[in-house]
Write a protein that binds this ligand. Structure first.
Ligand SMILES: Nc1ncnc2c1ncn2[C@@H]1O[C@H](COP(=O)(O)OP(=O)(O)OP(=O)(O)O)[C@@H](O)[C@H]1O
Length: 352
């Protein structure tokens, strides 16, 4: 049994709801016979992956859905062996090079070279190129991006790259200029309500527009989150009522608690506790930028009006450091410490 987010993922361009213009453009692109390198970007849960898979299906037919997972081994210059899971079909392969950290350049170079040098096995294939989808492209090191640019040029004859990422700001400009950029904006609340109603209908559930609206609002325009919330709500209480509680994800609840504890007490002891919480979030693979953003919004919602601008400013400051630095925990902790000092100073001024 699969989750609704997988079960109801539209598989072809025709079945995609919302952003109809984009779907039409993708269809046109797929039917030109050739494909440029693509840079697909947009916020999490906007439907980037779904659109990429639908595009590949349009280009190659249902054969791209026959997937297998290969465990690939690479050797670093210092003879260390690294492993990476690669999802492949006869026509394309999908990788997440940022999983191997600083060795991403080796993966990008070796994999693309290997694919480019093997001929298309299927002689009936309609295209003479294979597609390499690179996920989380904005997490690629600069080194890997330069290697990618070189390989892109060298093997243009039989390879097309599709880069998938949240923001193009971390992609080097020589790559950006070689790709066709496609922005998949977050669906509007109304779009999400529509998808939720369609899912409910296919599950033969009665979903009132009021509840669908509340779930869509709570999902912050992240469609995946919205569909997951609907499925959780179904488990918690059915028949639905318009005013039933909309379940937040565990990690969101956790960050809420963290913000409360930072507001209750500002001390080295509390700082140490919060550090534990931060590690807990990071080891559960919640991206550090999401932790910082959610925490900042929670804090802003709970403090006095006059403190809000300063907290926003420091959240942006530490987010910038997070992006340019390496160890996320340092910058997250620095933000926590900064907040505590700002808040403590404010309390002292107010209440002496
Ligand atoms: N056009 C659509 N119509 C209906 N449902 C959709 C559509 N696009 C996406 N979805 C649903 O939204 C979920 C999230 O989509 P997807 O995985 O493509 O997002 P994403 O932008 O790649 O997210 P992330 O960047 O977090 O990986 C999918 O599981 C699918 O069920």
């Amino acid at each position: 049994m699969s989750l609704w987010v997988d079960k109801y993922r539209p598989s072809s361009l025709d079945k995609l709801s919302y952003h109809q213009d984009l779907s039409t453009n993708l269809k046109r692109l797929a039917n030109t016979g050739d494909l440029p390198h693509l840079l697909v970007y947009g916020p999490s849960g906007a439907g980037k992956k779904t659109r990429i898979v639908a595009l590949l299906r349009e280009v190659y037919g249902p054969g791209v859905e026959k997937l297998k997972i290969d465990l690939r081994r690479f050797e670093t210059p210092s003879r260390k062996s690294i492993e990476l899971n690669v999802v492949t079909s006869n026509y394309h392969l999908e990788l997440n090079p940022s999983d191997v950290g600083i060795y991403d350049r080796i993966v990008v170079q070796d994999m693309i070279k290997e694919v480019a040098q093997t001929q298309q096995v299927d002689t009936n294939a309609q295209r003479k190129f294979k597609v390499v989808v690179i996920n989380e492209a904005d997490a690629l090191s600069k080194d890997a991006q330069h290697a990618l640019r070189r390989t892109m040029e060298k093997y243009m004859a039989n390879i097309r790259i599709i880069l998938c990422c949240n923001s193009t700001s971390k992609i080097i400009s020589p790559i950006r200029s070689r790709c066709l950029s496609l922005r998949v904006a977050a669906p509007t609340t109304a779009d999400i309500v529509e998808v939720l109603s369609a899912v409910a209908k296919r599950e033969s559930l009665k979903l009132s527009p009021a509840l669908a609206e509340r779930i869509a609002e709570a999902s912050e325009r992240n469609l995946r989150r919205a569909v997951l919330m609907l499925e959780t709500a179904r488990v918690q209480q059915y028949p639905f009522t318009a005013d039933q509680t909309v379940p937040l994800a565990d990690w969101q609840q956790f960050i809420k608690g963290m913000a409360q504890s930072m507001i209750q007490e500002q001390s080295p002891k509390r700082m140490l506790e919060v550090r534990g919480y931060l590690y807990e979030l990071l080891t559960h693979c919640i991206p550090p930028s999401i932790v910082l953003r959610t925490l900042a919004f929670e804090l802003i919602g709970q403090v006095d009006q006059q403190l809000k601008p300063e907290i926003c400013r420091y959240a942006a400051f530490y987010e910038h450091r997070l992006v340019s630095g390496q160890k996320a925990i340092f910058h997250l902790e620095a933000f926590v410490a900064k907040f505590m000092s700002i808040y403590k100073r404010y309390l002292m001024e107010m209440y002496g």
